[in-house]
Design a protein around this ligand. Structure first.
Ligand SMILES: Cc1ncc(COP(=O)(O)O)c(C=O)c1O
Length: 387
C-alpha cells in the first residue's frame, strides 16, 4: 500500500500558476491566447543587469553564499529601506530567501504547530491556506466584503481570535483586489496581534506599486510584526527567486535562519548578484515600471467606466483588479465563452474563496494591445452570457 504524507495529501497546486503554465503552453503551440491570469508585471530586464549576471558567471560565482544573504545584498536592501522610508534596519533583521514564497514557508514552519490557527482574510492569495496546512496548522478564513474594500474590520478580526490563534496574515497592496491598507488599519492590526500574543505577518510583495502611498513596513512597528517581500512583483523579476523576511525579534530570526538553512542552505548566488545590482539603481527602474503600470491601469479604468455588466472596487495598487459580473448573467456560460471562444483567461473568483462572479484580471503582463483585446473579450462574453 502506498503511503503519502497527510500534509501534502491535503494541498493542491496553485491554480494561478497552473493557468499561467497552461496559457504559456497554448501560446507556444501557436494558439491565439490572451492571458490575463498573471499577477506580476512583465518588463524587459535592463541590459546592464543582464551584463551583471554574465559577469558573475565569468567571475566564477558558483559557491554557496551566506545563509542569510550576501552582506552586499543586505546592505543594498537596508539602503532601499532607508531611501524609501528613512527606516534603519540592521543586517541581522533581514533574511534573504528564494522569493517571498520561501520566506513565508520558513516563517510558517518556524511559528506554527499542529492545532494552531492562522487567520487569512478572503479573498486571498491562493497559496496562504495550503502553505499553512503544509505547516500542519489550520487556516482560519475570514470573509471580506466589497462594502469594506475587501478588508477585514478590526471588529471582525477581534471576534475571530481564539486560544489557538498564532498568526494573522495580511497582504497590502492586496492580491487579488489591489486594495491598500492605511497606516491606522495596520497599526490596529498590530495592536490586536499583540493583545492576544499572536504575530502579524504582512506580505508586502506589491509594496512599491501602491498608487495611494504606503503604510510603514509592518516589521518597523513591533517585534511581533513581520514583513515579507521580494523582487517578483514591484520589480517584475519573479524568475530571480529573490525575497526576504524582515523582523526585529532576534529569536525569531534565529528560527527563520535555521529553517532556511535546513531546507535550502543559501539563495542562488547569481540571483543575489543580479538583485544587488538591480537594487543599487532601483530609482530609475521604479520610475520606468510605474510609468508602464500607470498606463495599463488607465486602460483598465477606462474600460470599467463603460461597463454595465461589471462593477469593482477600484484597485489602489499592484497590477490586478477584481471586478464582479452583475445582473442576471449565466456565469458558467460566461467562462465557457471567454475561455473556449475568445481564448481569454482570467482567475475565476472561486480560486480566491469568493463567488465565481468575481474574476481576477492581471494587467501587468500582457502588452497594451493584448490587454485591450482581453478586456474587449470579457465585455463581449459578459454581454452574450446576460439573460
Ligand atoms: C501576495 C503574494 N505574495 C507572495 C507571492 C510569491 O512571490 P515570490 O515570487 O516572491 O515567491 C505572490 C506571487 O504570486 C503573491 O501574489
Amino acid at each position: 500500500m502506498s503511503r503519502i504524507s497527510h500534509r501534502v495529501d491535503q494541498i493542491k497546486p496553485s491554480p494561478t500558476i497552473m493557468v499561467t503554465m497552461k496559457s504559456m503552453e497554448l501560446k507556444a503551440q501557436g494558439k491565439d491566447i490572451v492571458s490575463l491570469g498573471f499577477g506580476e508585471p512583465d518588463f524587459d530586464t535592463p541590459e546592464h543587469i543582464r551584463e551583471a549576471a554574465i559577469q558573475a558567471i565569468r567571475d566564477g560565482k558558483t559557491r554557496y553564499t551566506q545563509v542569510d544573504g550576501t552582506p552586499e545584498l543586505k546592505t543594498a536592501i537596508i539602503k532601499k529601506f532607508h531611501r524609501d522610508n528613512e527606516l534603519e534596519f540592521e543586517p541581522g533583521q533581514i533574511l534573504v530567501s528564494n522569493g517571498a514564497k520561501q520566506s513565508l514557508y520558513n516563517l510558517l514552519i518556524a511559528v506554527l504547530n499542529h492545532g494552531d490557527e492562522a487567520i487569512v482574510p478572503a479573498p486571498y492569495w491562493v497559496s496562504y491556506p495550503d502553505m499553512i496546512k503544509l505547516a500542519d496548522a489550520k487556516p482560519a478564513i475570514m470573509l471580506g466584503s466589497a462594502e469594506h474594500d475587501f478588508k477585514i474590520t478590526a471588529k471582525q478580526l477581534q471576534n475571530s481570535l481564539n486560544e489557538n490563534t498564532r498568526l494573522i496574515i495580511l497582504n497590502t497592496p492586496h492580491n487579488p483586489t489591489g486594495t491598500v491598507l492605511r497606516e491606522s488599519e495596520l497599526r490596529r492590526a498590530v495592536e490586536i496581534a499583540e493583545s492576544c500574543g499572536a504575530r502579524l505577518l504582512v506580505d508586502e510583495t506589491y509594496r512599491g506599486l501602491s498608487y495611494v502611498g504606503t503604510p510603514p513596513h509592518a516589521a518597523s512597528l513591533s517585534p511581533r510584526a513581520i514583513s515579507i517581500s521580494s523582487l517578483s512583483k514591484t520589480w517584475g523579476l519573479p524568475g530571480l527567486r529573490l525575497g526576504w523576511i524582515l523582523c526585529r525579534d532576534p529569536e525569531l530570526q534565529e528560527l527563520f535562519l535555521a529553517a532556511k538553512e535546513q531546507i535550502h542552505i543559501s539563495t542562488s548566488v547569481l540571483d543575489e548578484e543580479i538583485a544587488c545590482r538591480y537594487l543599487r539603481d532601483r530609482g530609475q527602474h521604479l520610475q520606468r515600471i510605474r510609468g508602464i503600470v500607470d498606463e495599463r491601469f488607465a486602460c483598465v479604468r477606462a474600460f470599467m467606466a463603460g461597463q454595465s455588466e461589471l462593477e469593482w472596487v477600484a484597485p489602489e495598487g499592484g497590477v490586478i483588479a477584481f471586478p464582479r459580473l452583475r445582473g442576471d448573467i449565466d456565469v458558467n456560460r460566461f467562462y465557457q465563452l471567454l475561455n473556449d471562444e475568445y481564448g481569454t483567461f482570467v482567475g475565476p473568483g472561486h480560486w480566491f474563496d469568493m463567488d465565481r462572479r468575481y474574476m481576477r484580471i492581471g494587467y501587468g503582463w500582457p502588452d497594451a494591445d493584448e490587454l485591450a483585446r482581453g478586456l474587449d473579450n470579457i465585455a463581449e462574453a459578459a454581454a452574450r452570457a446576460s439573460r
